[in-house]
Write a protein that binds this ligand. Structure first.
Ligand SMILES: [Zn+2]
Length: 580
């Protein structure tokens, strides 16, 4: 079909269920071949019986899955070969020529479905989640918001461009701010300070421009919410993000639980770090270095041993997971090593029609790679667990639960790090990981609470916004000495891209971590049962509301102190004794 398809690391896999609506031979990158299928669906929407309507939904899902997989394959080919212009062209063609034409057609189908007279005859339990999502999509759609959303996307891009363009001259060489990050792990303290100050000053120079972009985004978002009939963007965003199962009030409870239960542990860890480093106060450049001043961990040399050792970890954990991971390896659905011509970062992508996961990484032999493979494998297990589900949208869960699948694997897998390390190194790696779990909660609470404040105070002044941020830094920042760098602290949120690009999208990670910690605690008591529950939750895909997905996985969907406290206690006892 397309030359770019030969660039995939794996053989194209057949559909998991043979097609019955989409022709077997079709070029999904050619709109003239795709459009008649949407026409056909529209005219078939007059399905007279509930059974025919269900079949119609499955046909629509088959088409969506085929398009989705085509898009994923092109994306994978491009990220595996960034130096191949054909691959880039093939992907961009899909994004520019197919996606925008598909969206309005799908919206039309959703409306036909919602207005369908026999829809009430469908089993309510089965379609409850599907219907509420379709309804929200239809309710929120306003044609006058379409150009505002385009404007919002352009402004977001401006922020990204601005941040991405920043460089500093460090010891005679020009470096990006991302490249500067690694100096914060150096054991040479004056070097760390120099690198940190240089980077912070460079960001601060752009503070005015960053605030300007943000205020334009803020105005647009308030307008979008008003157009859709909401009193503020906070309430609009909760609907738009499909947060059916928790409220802004629940998030405030989450912030409170973090403040009361996690902050004391964070302070204790910071105190220990300060003592170990032999310092009077912790400065912002002392937070990433190994507190015992040891060189970075080296878990593996070659990617083959990353795969083999990870395989052994899953064998220790569970036969089913071991089988799933082996399948991925055998089918070449793992592209892990860093090499020239690969896009940066890592991701897991699901091939929607063959219902198979693919993992992309840039492993270079650091501890972070081990955490990443465990994390992405969790997402891959999720995709495989939900494979039998035939309704397309039910094969994937909301992000709050997807990340339970992945973060649980980080925690469970980290118990077997001896596959990669000598015992004392394994303890060090485990400790690093668990410290990071503690660290991230207060930051998530800060970023989330800040956005709650911003979007419920329309018309606020820049200085008021800064005050609100500083109050949160007092609440969640812990014991770090910022003297001489007060303005850096006051503008720290400028570096959190979600606030600019994906408003309100961040607390999901905190919610999911609460779930993952529960799976981990369950496994400490009864590993077999915890993994059985984990699999049961994953197998539900996105077919049930969040509280039910959590419950199936053996967790409570609850942000109260009562839920958080035992999890933090477990973290603390493991941090005191990371050998267990
Ligand atoms: Zn993830």
């Amino acid at each position: 079909m397309l030359a770019a398809m030969n660039l995939l690391p794996f053989e194209p896999q057949p559909p998991y269920r043979s097609r019955r609506f989409v022709p077997e031979r079709i070029d999904l990158g050619d709109w003239n071949q795709v459009a008649p299928l949407f026409d056909k669906l529209e005219s078939a929407a007059a399905a007279p019986t509930p059974a025919e309507l269900e079949r119609w939904l499955l046909d629509g899902g088959e088409l969506t899955a085929a398009l989705d997989e085509e898009s994923s394959r092109r994306y994978i080919a491009m990220t595996c070969h960034t130096d191949n212009p054909e691959a880039e062209k093939a992907y961009l063609h899909f994004v520019e020529e197919i996606d925008p034409r598909v969206k309005p057609r799908q919206f039309k189908l959703a409306r036909l479905y919602l207005e369908h007279p026999v829809r009430v005859g469908l089993e309510r339990e089965r379609y409850f989640v599907f219907d509420r999502s379709a309804q929200v999509q239809a309710d929120l759609f306003r044609p006058e918001n379409v150009p505002l959303e385009t404007e919002e996307a352009k402004l977001s891009q401006q922020y990204q461009k601005l941040i991405g363009s920043l460089t500093v001259n460090f010891r005679g060489e020009e470096r990006t701010l991302v490249q500067m990050g690694r100096y914060l792990e150096e054991t040479d303290r004056p070097l760390r300070q120099e690198a940190w100050e240089l980077t912070a000053r460079r960001r601060l120079q752009e503070a005015g421009r960053i605030e300007d972009v943000f205020e334009q985004l803020l105005k647009l978002r308030e307008k979008i919410a008003a157009n859709a009939g909401f009193p503020n963007y906070l309430q609009y965003a909760f609907k738009w993000r499909g947060r059916f199962d928790y409220t802004p009030e629940d998030c405030r409870q989450f912030h409170e639980s973090i403040e009361k239960e996690v902050m004391p542990v964070l302070r204790q860890l910071q105190g220990r770090r300060r003592e170990k480093l032999g310092l009077n106060t912790l400065r912002p450049w002392d937070l990433s270095v190994d507190p015992s001043n040891q060189p970075p961990l080296r878990p593996f040399e070659k990617v083959e041993s990353l795969v083999a050792n990870t395989q052994e970890i899953f064998t220790q954990l569970d036969g089913g997971l071991a089988r799933d991971f082996r399948l991925m390896h055998e089918k070449h659905l793992l592209d892990l090593e860093n090499r020239k011509g690969k896009a940066p970062g890592g991701y897991q992508s699901t091939l929607a029609e063959s219902r198979l996961p693919f993992i992309f990484m840039n492993a270079v032999g650091i501890q972070r790679d081990v955490e990443t493979i465990l994390h992405e494998a969790g997402h891959a297990f999720h995709a495989l667990a939900a494979r039998e589900e035939d309704l397309y949208s039910y094969r994937s869960a909301p992000i709050e639960f997807c990340e339970v699948a992945s973060m649980s694997m980080e925690l469970l897998g980290n118990e077997f790090l001896e596959k990669f390390y000598a015992p004392d190194e394994a303890r060090r790696a485990r400790r690093q990981h668990l410290e990071h779990v503690v660290d991230i909660f207060p930051w998530i609470a800060t970023v989330d609470a800040f956005q709650h404040w911003i979007y419920s105070h329309p018309g606020h002044a820049r200085a008021e916004r800064q005050r609100a941020w500083l109050e949160l830094m007092d609440r969640f920042g812990g014991d770090v000495d910022w003297s001489g760098h007060e303005s850096v602290r006051a503008n720290l949120w400028h570096r959190q891209l979600h606030i600019f690009l994906h408003p309100f999208y961040y607390v999901e990670y905190g919610i999911a971590q609460l779930g993952a910690l529960q799976v981990w605690c369950n496994a400490k008591k009864d590993k077999g049962r915890a993994l059985q529950d984990y699999h049961r939750g994953l197998a539900l895909g996105g077919s049930r509301p969040l509280p039910e997905l959590f419950a199936a996985a053996g967790c409570r969907f609850d942000f109260s102190r009562q839920t958080v406290q035992p999890l933090v206690q477990m973290l603390q006892s493991q941090l005191d004794n990371p050998g267990e």
